[in-house]
Design a protein around this ligand. Structure first.
Ligand SMILES: [Zn+2]
Length: 61
């Protein structure tokens, strides 16, 4: 609850997150150089807001 979490994510990580059921809302409209919050690399990506649609535990293989 509260303020949605803001994440800088590169494209592959954003795709991966949404595959895991995380709803991402784009905050900034343009692609810029960010440090990805998921993989920690300096890449082109966007700032997203993570909307927790459903509480899920980390899906571990
Ligand atoms: Zn990434």
């Amino acid at each position: 609850m509260g303020t949605p979490e803001r994440l800088d994510l590169c494209k592959p990580c954003a795709a991966e997150k949404s595959r895991q059921g995380v709803r991402l809302k784009t905050v900034s409209g343009r692609t810029e150089k960010i440090t990805c919050a998921a993989c920690g690399r300096r890449r082109f990506g966007r700032t997203y807001e993570a909307v927790n649609a459903e509480e899920k535990e980390d899906p571990k293989p």
